[in-house]
Design a binder for this molecule. Sequence first.
Ligand SMILES: [Fe+2]
Ligand SMILES: [Fe+2]
Length: 303
Amino acid sequence: MHQQYSYEEVLSAAERFAWRVEDLIGGERRLDFSKPFLPDSLARTEGMVWLTPGQRRVANQIRGAGYLHMFGLVEEFILPFVLDHVRPHLNHDDCRVRSFLSFAAEEAKHIQLFRRFREEFDGGFGTACGMIGPSDAIGRKVLSHHPLAVSLLVLHIEWMTQRHFLDSVQDDETLDPQFKSLLRHHWMEEVRHAKLDTLMAEAIAAECSAKEREDSVRGYLEIGAFLDGGLRTQAELDADSFTKATGRSLSATERDMFVAATHQALRWTFIGSGMSHANFLATADRVHPGAAAQLKTVVPAFC
Ligand SMILES: [Fe+2]
Ligand SMILES: [Fe+2]
């Protein structure tokens, strides 16, 4: 196994660049509902030209609330997964243990961060937005897969977060500043998580047979298909939330268009952008040679 990252380096960065939830939201730090929350490359609401600009902005903000919910949801199963990974080795290498514990503490902080933003959103948006769940049932289903399959998914999520910020968010000056700050601060810590997840996936793979490694790539794809079913449901819920928030009823054709565009946007945001990340593919291919080519044939459906 090739390892390009070290626990020492990650730990040292974690100690130097820390931030608190209250630095990002609360008090004077409010969401500005006159602005979009997500870049359009993720929300894809500007393509709905049959809606007014104001309605497209509301659709974008509903997508923003969904982003907060989805990240809260995935962090809730990442946290116990990381703790389970480090628990058998608590007496070993100090830096390794400390870096995974700091990873877990940061994910616990992120859960709180997304929840606080969600409260702020719910307080200002005016109507309730439906979200898929319950989170613990979804988490249990994901965690029922082989740890190597789960670690590939977690690695996908970490690289995906970075891609969202670097490719879409950092140069977008139209976004709500608080939401942008959330995405930037989350990215700052996910950079380190991606490195630790690479080390974690490689450590788990080192204990696995070739057959288990091959099966874990299939398991990763099965989790992806399961989550995609949830994204489809979320797209339907977003259409309901849109009508409730704007009072704009959708004809059957318009609703189909809304749901299809939203589902594909969610597929890119949560599946395609992670699965196609070069660093993720490189690790998947080290886990099981040939995995990258296999995954690249799946990616177009999620773009
Ligand atoms: Fe996170
Ligand atoms: Fe993370």
